[in-house]
Design a protein around this ligand. Structure first.
Ligand code: SF4
Length: 165
């Protein structure tokens, strides 16, 4: 989904978005029931909890390095391939609730994109990605995260004419 601005080689060499410390657990992706089943089959010890119509990990312990690695991450990358969760397909873009209004933000952890001019990141959203993200969130509200301080807001959802009356 981000192939135009984020090369798959850059992602393959990084994988930071698949590894979480205890302060980033809220960032773990939301899985559909089908993807939850695929991960459970490959990694039966993985625990999930429901979140609206999806599922998130129940993270009970961290590795000796203090990190939780997504069970879908393999030596060759994400075992889900192009079926990976929507959250992962748009990362480092995030959709958050900012004071009661949905907005698209960006995670600074992704050095590859965060080093670009913000205008370029916003322009890419305006080329259609923002519309796709808001439409997906209409059907899957569980992907909208509460606003997390420090995430630059790139784009607010346009207010409908009925909202502004
Ligand atoms: S589902 Fe795949 S892309 Fe998403 S965090 Fe897990 S390993 Fe990474």
């Amino acid at each position: 989904m981000l192939k135009k601005i984020l090369s798959s080689q850059a992602c393959a060499q990084c994988r930071l978005c698949c590894i979480f410390d205890r302060y980033e657990v809220w960032e773990t992706p939301v899985f559909t029931p089908q993807l939850r089943d695929r991960i459970s089959e490959a990694s039966p010890d993985t625990k999930f909890v429901p979140k609206d119509s999806g599922f998130i990990f129940r993270v009970e312990k961290f590795g000796p390095d203090g990190l939780f690695t997504c069970p879908a991450l393999t030596e060759k990358g994400c075992m889900l391939g192009d079926d990976k969760p929507f959250d992962c397909r748009i990362w480092p873009y995030r959709i958050m609730n900012v004071g009661g209004r949905r907005a698209i933000t960006i995670a600074s952890l992704c050095g590859e994109l965060y080093s670009r001019p913000l205008s370029q990141l916003v322009e890419f959203l305006k080329e259609g990605l923002a519309e796709t993200i808001f439409a997906y969130a209409d059907a899957h509200p569980e992907i909208v995260k509460p606003y997390y301080e420090g995430y630059p807001v790139l784009l607010f959802e346009p207010q409908s004419s009925s909202d502004s009356k």
